[in-house]
Design a protein. Structure first.
Ligand code: SF4
Length: 369
């Protein structure tokens, strides 16, 4: 398979590992920000092949995991309304809210549908004008352009029955917040290549300069990650703290200008609560006032929700890299992909799900064959 096998070549991987072994003279701790990168690292066993002392810390870059519980509870309150067709990407359906999840709500009769693009939701709104169609717009800078385009399209069509429940988050403020924590052990970052494909990497330059921390824009294949780790280690060994680009085949410094423009047109930066992490200033996107008519939160006005995390779930510590899934008492027993207590066990980008899929230190129970 051209353009894929090249990035999974075992011989090249061994060569990069050898170079890493020669280059690393002392322990280093590197965070891969993106949950997609976590899955590659864990699935391929790359984190276990690294030279002793180089430790990967898993970061908060799972869009499903960081969507706040309050947003999920609000989503379910909206989805339960008889006039609403609630649409979402599939991962979100099984994420636990305080009392239930969207999939259970659908089983009880709510009109909850999986879509593969926000434009699918717009199409449903066109085809079924008697329904109020709501799309759950979550994720990082990667999904924001398509969601913004859907809102623009809905406005062009003058759709009065389409709205979005927005809970977008932004990566650089989360990295800044992690570094500000006095217990933070991260010495270098692998920045998510797809986020940078949209936004470029200029936003990381002040972080790297201020904190003197290497930031390497990195792709998602095994060789991408090995090369990104090597570039980070080389910077650390040389005492540099700069932004470098491993993912040159997909990312330019300035990113994708048209995508940035559509984000800037439809959204504005806002403070945002991250599930498991807390409230971070200027860390999210909300609809700009011009598009307030498409704001599902405003349209349906769900308030007085009492949200509460599952008491056993340590998702906050997992998402900040402070703990690993196997540190959680519920991991692999009371919490599995079939019986998730927290979002990191549900999502295709969740760290707990990555560990579970790779069979890391888990003892399956009879109820989870
Ligand atoms: S294993 Fe389950 S309960 Fe534990 S942190 Fe992960 S998602 Fe939460």
């Amino acid at each position: 398979m051209r353009y894929l096998d090249e990035y999974r070549d075992p011989g090249l991987a061994r060569g990069l590992l050898d170079r890493l072994r020669r280059r690393a003279t002392r322990p280093w701790r590197i965070m891969e920000v993106c949950g997609g990168q976590t899955h590659t690292l864990v699935r391929q066993g790359i984190d276990e092949l690294l030279p002793a002392g180089i430790r990967m810390i898993h970061g908060p870059g799972c869009p499903v995991c960081v969507t706040p519980l309050e947003t999920l509870d609000r989503a379910m309150a909206v989805a339960a309304r008889p006039e609403v067709t609630f649409t979402s990407f599939g991962d979100m359906l099984r994420v636990p809210g305080t009392r239930t999840d969207l999939l259970s709500l659908r089983a009880r009769g709510a009109d909850v549908r999986v879509v593969y693009s926000p434009m699918d939701a717009v199409r449903i709104a066109v085809a079924e004008p008697e329904r109020q169609v709501v799309f759950l717009a979550v994720g990082f800078e990667t999904t924001a352009p398509a969601n913004a385009m859907a809102v623009l399209h809905a406005r062009r069509l003058a759709l009065a029955n389409f709205s979005v429940l927005v809970s977008h988050v932004l990566v650089p403020p989360a990295m800044t917040a992690l570094l500000a924590d006095p217990d933070c052990e991260v010495q270098a970052f692998l920045a998510a290549g797809h986020v940078c494909a949209v936004m470029g990497w200029t936003q990381y330059e002040p972080i790297a300069a201020r904190r003197h921390v290497p930031v390497v824009v990195t792709g998602f294949e095994p060789l991408d990650l090995l090369e990104g780790i090597l570039m980070a280690v080389e910077q650390l060994e040389e005492g540099r703290g700069e932004v470098e680009n491993q993912y040159a085949r997909a990312v330019r410094r300035s990113g994708n200008r048209p995508a940035q423009q559509v984000i800037g047109r439809v959204f504005q930066v806002t403070d945002r609560t991250w599930r498991g992490i807390g409230h971070l200033p200027a860390s999210g996107l909300q609809l700009a006032p011009e598009f307030a008519a498409f704001d599902a939160a405003r349209r349906f006005g769900v308030t007085d929700l009492r949200s509460a995390e599952h008491p056993e779930c340590i998702a906050g510590a997992i998402l900040t890299g402070a703990r690993e899934p196997t540190d959680c008492a519920a991991y692999g027993t009371r919490c599995t992909p079939r019986t998730p207590l927290g979002a990191p066990m549900v999502s295709a980008e969740g760290t707990c799900a990555a560990y579970y899929a790779a069979g890391r230190a888990t003892v399956p129970t009879r109820s989870d064959p």
